[in-house]
Design a binder for this molecule. Structure first.
Ligand SMILES: [Zn+2]
Length: 274
């Protein structure tokens, strides 16, 4: 699933093409991506609406209109793009949501396996939604103290805790692996055993890595595409993710892999992250 840097890249790519535009005809190929909204209501609410802002919350793109927000949570095979020409048959085949923007342009959410979700929230539902998500790690006012209070006194592995969207917004498997490596912290260490020094390092490394990944337009491991259709390039800078069995770039030790922490692939250096 695209994480914070990928969705931030998509949002930045699309913003100039969407803000101020009025949505014309809307079509939806499948209902199974909708959460809490019917096809009829979604189409009716989007049609004729003007897009006021395009933002990001956690791993989700948010299109703000006068009366509602469309939330797009791209799945592993999801992409959000503005097409300035007719879609190819292959593009049209997997286009789930299509919204005409005029001047021959079209906003398209494409999702081969339809693992993503679309929500339509009014102001009240949006408040509930955003309150349930933890702080944004790249906000200027995201302090170490705020980070620590978010971790709580959890006995769960620190990797699992920083990926929990209720504690921290936007970090998924790729950037959790990378941040814990750079901070020199064992991913299986219970959160409550982290030292004050660990907190400072991890807070700084999460921010540094997310910013670096945005500067590289995200990580294309398989399917992720930017809002322009191009790939990201942060995969070239990954230290551990996807490198199980390869030598650690810092000490040369063979990198270990495990599924024991959260069912996802965790890759780490047992020497550097001790
Ligand atoms: Zn190492």
């Amino acid at each position: 699933m695209p994480e914070l840097p990928e969705v931030e890249t998509i949002v930045r790519d699309l913003r100039p093409f969407l803000v101020g535009r009025r949505i014309g005809r809307v079509t939806l190929s499948h209902d199974d991506v909708l959460r809490g909204v019917t096809r009829r209501r979604l189409v009716r609410r989007l049609t004729g609406s003007t897009i006021l802002a395009v933002t990001r919350r956690a791993k989700h793109a948010v299109l703000e209109m006068e009366k509602a927000r469309l939330i797009v949570q791209p799945g592993m095979t999801g992409s959000l793009m503005v097409h300035r020409r007719a879609l190819t048959p292959d593009e049209a085949k997997y286009a789930v949501l299509r919204a005409e923007l005029g001047r021959g342009q079209e906003l398209v959410y494409r999702d081969v396996r339809r693992l993503g979700t679309l929500l339509l929230l009014d102001a009240k539902a949006w408040t509930r939604y955003t309150r349930a998500i933890g702080p944004e790690p790249l906000d200027d006012d995201f302090t170490v103290e705020q980070f620590v209070s978010g971790l709580g006194r959890s006995r769960q592995a620190i990797k699992k805790v920083i990926m929990d969207q209720r504690h921290l917004a936007g970090v998924g498997n790729i950037y959790a692996n990378e941040a814990l490596f750079s901070a020199g912290i064992d991913p299986s260490k219970p959160a409550l055993l982290l030292t004050p020094e660990d907190h400072i390092k991890l807070h700084a490394e999460i921010r540094r890595i997310l910013n670096a990944a945005i500067a590289s337009n995200g990580t294309t491991f398989r399917d992720y595409r930017r809002g322009t259709g191009d790939t990201g390039s942060f995969q070239l800078e990954l230290q551990v993710y996807g490198r199980e069995g390869e030598p650690c770039r810092v000490c040369g030790t063979r990198l270990s892999g495990t599924h024991a922490i959260d069912g996802r692939t965790t890759v780490f250096c047992h020497r550097c992250q001790h």
